[in-house]
Design a protein around this ligand. Sequence first.
Ligand SMILES: [Zn+2]
Length: 282
Amino acid sequence: MQKTWVFPRFFVLTRAIRWRKVFLPYREDDMFDFKDERYNRQIAMPEWGPDRQARLASARVAVIGAGGVKSSLLMALVAAGIGHIRLVEFDHVDLSNLNRQVLYRTSDIGQQKGIRAQATLQDLNPEVDIELVNEKLTSSNIEALLGGYQFIVEGGDSPAGRNLVNTFSLGAQIPFVHASAQFSYGYVFSVVPEEQTACFACFFPRDYTREEHTGPVPVNVLSTLVAGTLGAAEVLRWCLGYRDRMTTNRRVCFSSLLLSSEFTTEFQPRRLDCPVCSKFYR
Ligand SMILES: [Zn+2]
């Protein structure tokens, strides 16, 4: 009974495939006739294409830190073919990094993060120019390290560090993305000074005067991977030319990723009384 049911179904399926090949103008394997090239899968996307890929190849992005969120973010930028990345990182790899900082291996413990990250990323894509700066970002070197870049990936691990980048970016008119992960939640938003969008202090008005380091927080690999990927999307959007699609005046949040995978958008218009951006915006 079962055999007589299976055979006609198989027969109908094979005939349908043959008729489809005869009557349809193209076949799926004709549509995607990929050459064996690094970027062919993304260039074939209508919203990407060769012109935007060329734009990406000439992009210059500064990335502060190469920790958890920055691991997936950097891997995405390098795989996609960003032309030049300046990586500012001075820390060393610890065993406690390895649950979420997927750029590193157990054999990297004790070594400089920047050097290991650069080696891994360069191996992923030798076409990307990755410049390592083994320094801590300060108010005295920020102009020299970030000035002239097209986009900044903010990565301060303290309120003071984040406010330093926020203030610099507003003054230098360089957009930046803030991607953050703690516990099983996180969020991403961009600040675009030339559009006078809400700045970091508009989002976190109580943080801009804080100086103390908050210290380590619980976090897992799901949060860092997702936050890094969403952050990379901001950078790629900007560099590919989708500048009207940035996550500004709002943040994309994910909560309880481990248990629920819920995404929400929280709107945050610019605060007219913001003590930081009101000095730069008219
Ligand atoms: Zn502000």
